[in-house]
Design a protein around this ligand. Sequence first.
Ligand code: DQA
Length: 137
Amino acid sequence: MKITIINGPNLNLLGTRETDIYGSQNFDSYLDSLRTSFPKIAIEYFQSNIEGEIINLIHKSKDCDGIILNAAAYTHTSVGIADAVKSIDCKVIEVHISNTYSREEFRHNSFLSPVVDGIIIGFGLDSYRLALESIIN
Ligand code: DQA
């Protein structure tokens, strides 16, 4: 089984960015532990701060078994990423580390939520494991 994680803008700074909200673990070390916990799953990982690159990555990942997508700030702004999700058949799970509904109002809207297969929000980095389990199951 092949699953792709796509992280959007500023998530390359996890571990040092707003640690009160996102925690102090960087994504690479989290990814190591995820791969160790799921040795039979090929987990591909991409991160980009650029909207068009995220769209290209979604197109490129269309043949995998599932995409775990944290589009970060683009969640709240990007019709282009939502259209990319709509244009592929692969299962897509939207994830967020923080509970976006308990934060500023502009984070309450997601252009992605209506077009993805499922949404996991607010469990810290564990949101990614929960999304992975949902695809496997
Ligand atoms: C985020 C929530 C977004 O509102 C924010 O812009 C992010 C991270 C999260 O994972 O909690 O960059 O997607």
